[in-house]
Design a protein around this ligand. Sequence first.
Ligand code: ADP
Ligand code: MG
Length: 729
Amino acid sequence: MTSPLDQKLSAVLGGRTATSMQRGLGLVTVGDLMTHYPRRYARRGELTALAQLPLDEAVTIVAEVREVRNRPMRNKRGSILEVSISDGTGILTLTFFNQAWRATELSPGVRGIFAGKVGQYRGTRQLAHPDYELFDREALELKKPEQAKAWAEQPIPIYPATSTVASWQIQKAVEVVLDTLGPLEDPVPDAVGRDRELLPFAKALELVHRPTLDSEWRAARDALRFQEAFVLQSALLQQRQKQRESEAVARNSGSLLEEFDAALPFVLTGDQQTVGEQIFHDLAEPVPMNRLVQGEVGSGKTLVALRAMLAVAQSGGQSALLAPTEVLAHQHFRSIVRTLGPDLAARLRPTLITGQLPAAERKKALLATVSGASRIVIGTHALLGDAVSFVDLGLVVVDEQHRFGVDQREALRLKGAKPPHVLVLTATPIPRTVAMTVFGDLDISSIAELPAGRQPISSHVVPLAEKPGWVSRIWQRLAEELAVGRQGFVVCPAIDAKTPESGGEPSGAPGSTAASEDADAGPPRPIANVSEVLASLRSNAVLAGKRIEALHGKLPSGEKDELMRAFAAGDIDVLVATTVIEVGVDVPNASVMVVLDADRFGVSQLHQLRGRVGRGGVPGLCLFVTAAEVESLARERVEAVASTLDGFELANKDLELRREGDVLGGMQSGGRSSLKLLRVANDGQIIMEAREAAQALLASDPTLANHPALAEALRRRLDARAEAFLGKN
Ligand code: ADP
Ligand code: MG
């Protein structure tokens, strides 16, 4: 049985309409169109507030025609028709070139929906060549007063539209489809829907697209939103179930771990201990572990991972540690060798494989890996390459998950004879609901506790907008720290004047927000860059005699590594850097960090950066320098980070300040497989309830044999994802 939702639009709509739906919006099937939900609802009787329209964005608005004027063009032949429309207070001008005939339909008093991109011309806002659909005024005038009232109040769906397909064209296509839609099975089982008093699926689709009252589309959205959460959670849980069905090699820890623990110069924190137990329990099972460890910056996740590697090595298994950058891979390598101590290091032969290794070294490293001599292999993306093969890959550790996609995890998974156990580490605290949505196929452990003796980091905002004179005090403060033998970082958003962003380092892309906010604030101020800051610090008298170096993503890998090594050894006093140092860099003697143009970074980036100081026994100091105005969003972000050290609180704040797509990264945003009505930031309760319901259902019917509609919905979702994935290659 195929669902009506799988029907091609071309079979239901006219060929031309179907083509424009596909070209303009990527909608191919009836299901695609039915889940292209209205973004909002307008009313004929209620005009859109024109004063708040954003510049340069495509808008769809309800307004009334005020005045119409046709005049010859000044410098060219032809005429220009100017139509002012109004919401009662604000005015917007529509302009049409050589289309005087439109004056007959756009007469004063007529209302309609207008769509176009908001531009500005000589200080007034305008829509050039907008599309519009006028409301049928005569039809209204014939109606009785109560009919007129209903007409004016009826919600009009406003769809996400494009320059080629207007909202009302989508609305018409939707209506055609709704009128011919056959009976639909509800993926949400009756009992679940009844408990939650949800509208049945078909009814919900009808009312989300064709409501007569606001309460109707609200109820419809509730039902569809729950359905979305339910299908998503069922998919994730089923995926997890499948992983559990595959077989892995059980690994029991033994003498290697005991030896290691006995030699540790410190005691494990309670959380490290607990998470360790969870991991060893997973590893001892003959099914692949899939665990995410999220822990505060500096909470000692690497150690937790290393202990897992020792357990795997006990039975001769190999572990691969995947780091997001060369700098981090090198650092992990060094710190693992050091932490293991000479004896264990000699037996386990930790090996580094990165893309920029000299050929001879690379060959040696590959040999150590393929022969099984190396039980711990550390690397960057290069580890994913075909050249790297293992004898007995038992564990894959992915450090700083947010830089790695599912696909890359998958590639490594395929390198073992049997699927290896997978441990994902992240220092970006993930709100529970996001974790459930994005990592719903993983088990989650948390390390909240920091090792004893950690000194708190004090964070301050240096607001140059109000206190421009404080610049010199920043360098004074840095000099004071250096004077007592500490080291510092100075972080810039750019490498040089010509390389505005952080030089190819993947970033949370917050800069764009800040930039657009500043759009009206006059000529853009140059942003701090590594090369200029380096020059100015080197010539700054208060820092005389100090060794100051630059570190950024454009440097050759060997040089980066050399700089990090020299910094760690205390030979460099100050590193002027981009966000290359954002994740994982661990130099306990570094006590001060100055982040210039801090508003150019995102909340979690700033939190990560700050985590680079205060890692030893010395208190950390972090100065967030910003020229952003008080109460701007950019300033708010920086203030938020300065106000707390709690990563989870910040993650929630971040979620509020950011858009959904950013939160979910490439995993859920965009494309036909993306979230439609569900908003992880607001719908935590729904997500949790949907997960519970899905869990109960899968427990009683693991293959979904008795729930064909849900099975169909899962298949449809998988198809869409597969398509999105294939489309990328
Ligand atoms: P992160 O969780 O940020 O990756 P790391 O694993 O880099 O943290 O650990 C940060 C520092 O803390 C390292 O120098 C590590 O040796 C040290 N460390 C880890 N666990 C403990 C502990 N239980 N007690 C003291 N220091 C620890
Ligand atoms: Mg780390």
